[in-house]
Ligand binder design. Sequence first.
Ligand code: S3P
Length: 171
Amino acid sequence: MRKIYLVGFMGCGKSALGRRLSYLLKMPYYDMDHEIVRQQGMTIPQIFEKYGEARFREIETEFLKNFRDEACIISTGGGVAVNAENRKIMRRSGLVFFLDATFEDIYKRIQHDQNRPIVQSSTKEELEKLYHYRRKFYRDVGHIQVLTEGRAIRQILEYLVFQVKRLKGER
Ligand code: S3P
C-alpha cells in the first residue's frame, strides 16, 4: 500500500494541505506530530524537555518504521527528512511531496508559535540557517517539489491531486 508523505519546513502548510487532500482523495490522514503526542501522552514541548531532541528524533524514526501498512496521507514533522533512514523509508513506502515555501512566508506563520520548541529556542537568523540547511534534504527525499509561493491553497491542492492521479498505477 502506498502512502503520500508531505515534507517541508515548519509552517510550510503540511497539515493544512494534508487534511484537505485527505478529503479530496478519500484517503485517511495522519499528522505525525499528533500521532506521537497521542502515543507518548505528552506534548511536543514536553517530550523535548523531558527526553531531549535526540530522543524525539528516535521516536520519529520508530513511528515511520512501525506505522500501519495502509494507503494514507501523512504530514511529517519539519525535522524528519534530515535523517537518512527516514528518507529511505519514506521514498520506499510512498510518494513524497516537498512543499517548498519561502522563509519569509514560513517565518510569518511560525514566529509566535509556543508549541514548536525549535522556534522557541532559536532566533530568526538561526531559523533561517536551519531552513537553508534542511532544504537539500527535502529536495533529496521529495519525488515532487511543490512551489507554494504566491499560490492559493486551492491551486496547490489541485496540483497535488493532479500529480497523484497522474502517478497512480505507475508507481
Ligand atoms: C520540528 C517540527 C515540528 C515538530 C517538532 C520539531 C522541526 O513539526 O515535529 O516541533 O524540527 O522542524 P512541524 O513541521 O509540523 O511544525
